[in-house]
Design a protein around this ligand. Sequence first.
Ligand code: KIV
Ligand code: ZN
Length: 517
Amino acid sequence: MVRDVIIFDTTLRDGEQAPGNTMTPEEKLRLARQLDALGVDVIEAGFPAASDGDFRSVREIAQEVRRPVITALARCHDRDIDLAAEAIQAAARGRLHIFLSTSDLHLEHKLRMSRDDAFELARRSIRQARRYTDDVEFSAEDASRTDLDYLCRVAEMAIAEGATTINLPDTVGFALPEEYAVMFRTVRERVPGADRVVWSAHCHDDLGLAVANSLAAIEAGVGQVECTINGIGERAGNAAMEEIVMAGRVRPQLTRFQTRINTTEIYRTSQLLSYLTGSFPQPNKAIVGRNAFAHEAGIHQHGVMQHGLTYEIIRPESVGIPRSTLVLGKHSGRHALERRYRELGYDLSEGKVTELYREFTVLADRKREILDEDLLALLHESFHDAPEEYHLTHLRIVCGSGLAEADVRMTGPWTGERAARAGGDGPIAAAFAAISEILERPVEVSNLSVRSVTPGRDSVGQVFLQCRIGGKTLSGQGASTDIVEASARALVHALNKERHAERLEATAYDSTQHWGV
Ligand code: KIV
Ligand code: ZN
């Protein structure tokens, strides 16, 4: 029998929580919309008690994204649960997800609490959550290292108090597949009322077993798996959704489960997340890595040309990977551009096509062959997650041996154009120094990475950076065939985000009552 498994996506919570994956509320909303298009059943939108930004973004997602269940995470603290409930209040279908550690190790060293006290705290918290909604998930954090008798007692109590989903996470990625499966089988057999709730698996990848453990849990009867796009998450990450889903698709006879995921949206979702966080999966990452469908060896290439199944177990198209084709060039018109975006799955408004065509012609002047990847880079670049108040209007660099020098002109929240000339250790440092001079304040850039969008000498370089401006850490991205210009654009992008964040904070403090409580 083939069972339906619920896909619980925690990219915006467990995924975003990991360093380097920070997203602004606008970026989170964009990703949530794409997760909806992908067909996930549950979106864990955030941890509202963690910060004002998290609260606001969960609330916004709950208001805007109507099909999936929207869930918010809370510790077993009254305030956490109240805030989480308030954040999901407007959801078409909202869930409260509360968690408490159950392993002796966590109870003794993290919570400094006895088993009995933790049991009572969990009971009170589930009751409190149930006053807000009848969709309550309880997670026994570090379940895979918890004494089985105690775990069964806690699960029995959670069910009796009205939790509807019980999650038994492998919080530190310690379990082996068979062991994790045995835990679920035992608890489900022993706990009265086990058949009234959905059991959920949540796996981390510290031993590289998160997906294997999730599949073992499905085999042991869980009805929900918690996972993230590209497997991002704490430490080594969470179970990668695309891998779990495709394992079910490719091996249905053995895995015997199905999901409601529209697999042709997988690649688009993976790319969007990568562009938003500036962190791309390693090239050999299953399903979504750059090389996942590349065949280097001649013998393989020949085989695939004769019959795809010789060396390909998944057709790239089935996960939405556009075949890299030479598509457009300098003489291509607006209609050709629009048609190609449509073929790639993007139905764009007139205004968006006009904006992209303008950028396209600039690129086509610099780059002879425009590939699908270039078009995707242009598209991602064009979504402004903050109003563009700062603009780079001119950049000229002189460099060679010795100090580099940059001439920069910018418009911004001042009248007219400002100009500065500055030197630096290299062309990028010089450009940043000139921008900092224009702003009349220091800008600290860390973590700059360059990625070439397509192969070849005239490739577009995509720059992702993180910087500290006015006490905030922000990310920015920019693309150009010139990586110095791409870097300057990435910094300007971060500046625009900082300005936008300042505005939002000002309105938040004026208009809502719970900030800072
Ligand atoms: O890994 C974990 O245990 C978690 C819980 C909060 C569900 O992320
Ligand atoms: Zn986790």
